[in-house]
Write a protein that binds this ligand. Sequence first.
Ligand code: THU
Length: 127
Amino acid sequence: MNHSLIKKALDMRKQAHAPYSKYYVGAAVETDSGHIIGGCNIESSSYSLTCCAERVALFSSLAQDYFPIKALAVSTENGGSPCGACRQVIWDLCGDIPVYICDDSGLVDTTTSKELLPKAFDQKFLK
Ligand code: THU
């Protein structure tokens, strides 16, 4: 477990744009090359257009050509874990990686993307 990854996920909560839910989420990914890229939730007044912190971190990492990703950390006020949509995207982009769940003071649980999304749908079902 990389302490810089956890710290980045905690720090990223400060960047969250969550005026509607006021549930501030930070995330960070770590690449094979050792880069750490952060993300935060960004909400829309048209609620369903909101993007979760995990996906912002993942997409930002890929957009900057920081890939493959070997670990992800997520931070909320109360140790919330990634939503279903993010679990699918984590699996699609990263496969089975460690996922570190944090509350506002630090690490509270260590899991994996496979544990979060067992029996996943993925590219193996597509031609
Ligand atoms: N949220 C995340 O950023 N990640 C999750 O995995 C769960 C939910 C955000 C979306 C929304 O801005 C707020 O938390 C409340 O759902």
